[in-house]
Design a binder for this molecule. Structure first.
Ligand SMILES: Cc1cc2nc3c(=O)[nH]c(=O)nc-3n(C[C@H](O)[C@H](O)[C@H](O)COP(=O)(O)OP(=O)(O)OC[C@H]3O[C@@H](n4cnc5c(N)ncnc54)[C@H](O)[C@@H]3O)c2cc1C
Length: 531
């Protein structure tokens, strides 16, 4: 049996026995075979000394059981690591940040507590997956649409708490939540917003602020509590969904084009996710490679000539989508086309229209997610790494042409300095307002030397971008300390604030030590750079 650091085998056995008395022996997992299932399947350091491996897992079925387990953990000072459905692949899976923590697996808490069709919201327990929600809505013929991330097997709770994203109008999942119930590190139970007002009923899922400081945010991307109930706003099933891809042809139009695109969000015409692409600026194309590697990266004339020769546009936007009443969608589409058609070579590359509740079997894989249909098709198409997954590097940057250029130049430099293959310019996703978020990174192989190189390169990219004012918005546990290190204004005032909160509400440092770079007082020497 593995044990958490600093806990004797006998104390750990005694603690697990107490846990078994609360949740039943069959929901306490401590054999190596069971615990192995909670390792990070995508870990770049799998099997190596740096891998974060839990010592056991516990699967409670109710909030009362969660509270009891937290009290036992406090008694024995056992570190807990809560997960909802635990599908956080590429950002750590179910593995804890602090090696040897006990995973608190909330998958059994899988009740849909309420779905309100008229009000378009729901309240779920953490173990409810996007598949569960979708099936429930369709089994009950509710006219509602959910917004899953690309893999549908995760949960609204876990995904949103990671600042995860989808493709529909509620793409920024934490922003679409309304109302939390949270078990604190001392076992106390808190409801946020209107949930604090006894008898407020559905106002909890309708009005997010309640009264006083808006504290929901501190429970996301943090280790301040265990979320046991989660409210979400849903989209009334749209009459028409139109998904389309566009492109323009002149290299020098980048800044104007991005500005115009950003404006379409700012005026409220666009609100769903789309992806900017740069099919011409790819290292896979030998002539493009030569330009990208030339001093200055190629002139407009050179890029425009190459475009003419290869018939590939420099700039495109895919998966633009408008969803809502048919008349409004038609007007949105017309407006977007009108506004962008001033760009030379503007083309609608492809356009797909879907009515309400489209039959999943008739929707092509790439459109499923935007239409609220959870699936796992993404795993058929990722193609990064022949081994065991990939490591995503996810920086955020302003939605401007200047930033698009700057971040791609920095990445080119970073990959070269780290001696890793760069694939060419990468476009941004519009998951968050006014911001592009890019996913680049590394495929992981069954080759520890290659993976070690990927880890070193990842760290190099993080530091290089950090020094230039860009940073990731979420990252794998191996890099969470280094990521927070980049957010260093005023001698790490932000980290000092997090630590003050942590010490106040989880004084024994039981919950998710190290998550988001936040360590409890007694483990602060474990923080990277403090060893
Ligand atoms: C190919 C591929 C594509 C992907 N595409 C997307 C995508 O489109 N969008 C996206 O957002 N992500 C994407 N991901 C990342 C990831 O798979 C999803 O975000 C997934 O939904 C996260 O898993 P989960 O929902 O089970 O969360 P969990 O693993 O349950 O939770 C994530 C983390 O949040 C914390 N947490 C979870 N529940 C609680 C709780 N109840 N209380 C306190 N803390 C908690 C924990 O630290 C946990 O590790 C992708 C991954 C892969 C491999």
């Amino acid at each position: 049996m593995r044990t958490p650091p600093g806990i004797s085998a006998s104390d750990f056995s005694a603690a697990l026995q107490k846990c078994a008395n609360v949740i039943g022996q069959s929901w306490v997992f401590s054999s190596d075979e069971d615990v192995d299932l909670y390792r990070d399947a995508y870990s770049p350091v799998r099997g190596l000394v740096d891998e974060r491996v839990p010592s056991a897992a516990l699967a409670p079925a109710s909030v009362e059981e969660v509270q009891s387990l937290v009290r036992i953990a406090n008694e024995y000072r056992i570190p807990l690591y809560p997960v909802s459905t635990g599908r956080n692949l590429t950002y750590g899976g179910t593995a804890p940040v602090y090696n040897g923590s006990v995973v608190l697996d909330l998958k059994r808490m899988n009740r849909i507590l309420e779905i309100n069709e008229a009000g378009a919201y729901c309240m779920v327990e953490p173990g409810v997956s996007y598949f569960d929600l979708y099936r429930y809505i369709h089994a009950h013929k509710l006219k509602l649409r959910i917004d899953p991330p690309d893999p549908g097997w995760g949960s609204p709770t876990g995904n949103s708490l990671e600042h995860g994203v989808g493709r529909g109008p509620y793409r920024d999942h934490f922003r679409a939540h309304c109302g939390l119930e949270v078990v604190l590190g001392n076992g106390d139970l808190l409801r946020t917003g209107m949930g604090a007002l006894p008898g407020s009923g559905s106002l909890w899922q309708r009005f997010r602020y309640g009264y006083g400081p808006y504290i929901d945010g501190i429970f996301s991307s943090s280790n301040f509590g265990i979320v046991t109930k989660f409210g979400i706003h849903l989209l009334p099933e749209p009459e028409l969904s139109r998904v389309f891809d566009i492109s323009i042809s002149r290299y020098e139009d980048l800044d104007d084009f991005v500005q115009e695109f950003a404006q379409l969000f700012d005026v409220g015409v666009l609100n769903s996710i789309s992806q900017m692409g740069m099919p011409l600026l790819s290292m896979q194309i030998p002539e493009a490679r030569a330009l990208l590697e030339s001093p200055g990266g190629g002139s407009s004339t050179q890029w425009n000539e190459l475009r003419d020769r290869l018939g590939k546009p420099p700039w495109q936007i895919t998966q633009l989508n408008c969803q809502g009443p048919a008349k409004i969608v038609e007007a949105q589409y017309d407006y977007i086309v009108d506004r962008l058609s001033r760009f030379s070579g503007f083309k609608v590359e492809s356009r797909r229209d879907y009515g309400p509740s489209p039959d999943p079997d008739q929707v092509p894989g790439q459109d499923k997610c935007a239409l609220g249909i959870p699936s796992l098709v993404i795993f058929g198409g990722v193609g990064m790494g022949r081994g065991h997954g990939h490591l995503d590097f996810s920086p955020a940057y302003p939605m401007t042409g200047e930033a698009v250029r700057k971040i791609n130049q920095l990445l080119q430099q970073g990959y070269r300095e780290a001696d890793m293959p760069w694939r060419g310019w990468t476009g941004g996703n519009t998951w968050f307002d006014k911001t592009f978020t890019m996913i680049t990174g590394f495929g992981l192989e069954n080759d520890s030397e290659q993976n070690r190189k990927a880890v070193a390169a990842f760290r190099h990219l993080m530091q290089l971008l950090g020094a230039n004012g860009f940073a990731e918005y979420r990252t794998h546990p191996l890099f969470q300390d280094l990521l927070l290190e980049q957010y260093s204004f005023n001698e790490h005032a932000l980290r000092r604030f997090h630590e003050t909160v942590k010490d106040a509400i989880d004084p024994q440092g039981i919950l998710a030590a190290g998550r988001a770079g936040i360590w409890p007082k007694h483990l602060r020497d474990k923080r990277e750079g403090r060893l």
